[in-house]
Design a protein around this ligand. Structure first.
Ligand code: ATP
Ligand code: MG
Length: 230
């Protein structure tokens, strides 16, 4: 579904991603693991076009993403949930959700507010609350739910559980599991071992912009263990 082959990126003179190759199959949850600054966010930004790849290829289905503008990439059904919470503080939960709405592609069951509530039931009681008055975890759920309203087939979730209390991590993890059950392909960046273990079919470990391990979390190499500090 999503395939990166030998992708390199630069910020000015700094060479960040180095020959990154990875693959997310239809309906798969793949975790991208690595310490702060390893290049997880940069990898996702290269997919959606916020960062330009200097070489390599990025394909989504049969489309060469590097030839497409950012809005054209989004239209293909790739949803990106950035790090931190990006909600509208002055809009209610319901208005935030409505603001994400985009048409569904052919053959897709469109996401509605009601359907998003099934995945994040906590948002039901909060629907009239202003975004700015939600806790961090609630804002995270809202961010994911709002991205669902764009009817994605593939979700890029950048550290969705970062900085959340354990009980909220569980709620967000459960929501993501439900999405997987709906057949949405997910690339998830994480630093939390338990979340990765609970969700990921396969993992990639990034170190200084390079993939140093690809495979099952349970079979990680010593180098991968070391770099993650797990
Ligand atoms: N806009 C930018 N300009 C210059 N350097 C950047 C920029 N954004 C990121 N970097 C650098 O690129 C490298 C990779 O950053 P990236 O944000 O991809 O890491 P990350 O794995 O997502 O880290 P974290 O876990 O802290 O979010 C880091 O060394 C970072 O300092
Ligand atoms: Mg990041």
């Amino acid at each position: 579904m999503l395939t990166l082959s030998d992708v390199n990126t630069h910020y000015g003179q700094a060479h960040i991603l180095r020959d990154v190759s990875l693959h997310v199959g239809a309906g798969e949850v793949v975790a991208l693991l690595g310490r702060n600054g390893a290049g997880k966010s940069t990898t996702m930004k290269a997919v959606i076009g916020m960062v330009e790849a200097s070489s390599g290829s990025i394909h989504y289905r049969d489309q060469d993403l590097r030839k497409l503008k950012n809005y054209q990439r989004a239209r293909l059904g790739i949803g990106f949930v950035p790090e931190g919470r990006r909600i509208f503080k002055k809009l209610t939960v319901l208005e935030n959700l409505a603001s994400g709405r985009k048409p569904a592609r052919q053959g897709q069951e469109p996401w509605t507010v009601e359907r998003a509530f099934v995945f994040f039931p906590k948002l039901v009681e909060l629907q009239d609350r202003l975004g700015g008055q939600l806790s961090g975890g609630e804002q995270q759920m809202l961010t994911v739910a709002r991205t669902l309203m764009t009817n994605p087939d593939c979700l890029l979730l950048d550290e969705p559980t970062e900085g959340l209390a354990p009980v909220v991590v569980e709620a967000v993890t459960a929501g993501i599991k439900h999405l997987k059950d709906q057949g949405i392909a997910i690339l998830l960046s994480e630093q939390n071992r338990h979340t990765a273990a609970a969700l990921a079919d396969r993992i990639y470990v990034l170190e200084k912009g390079q993939i140093i391990y690809a495979g099952a979390l349970g079979a990680m190499s010593a180098q991968a263990h070391n770099t993650l500090g797990w």
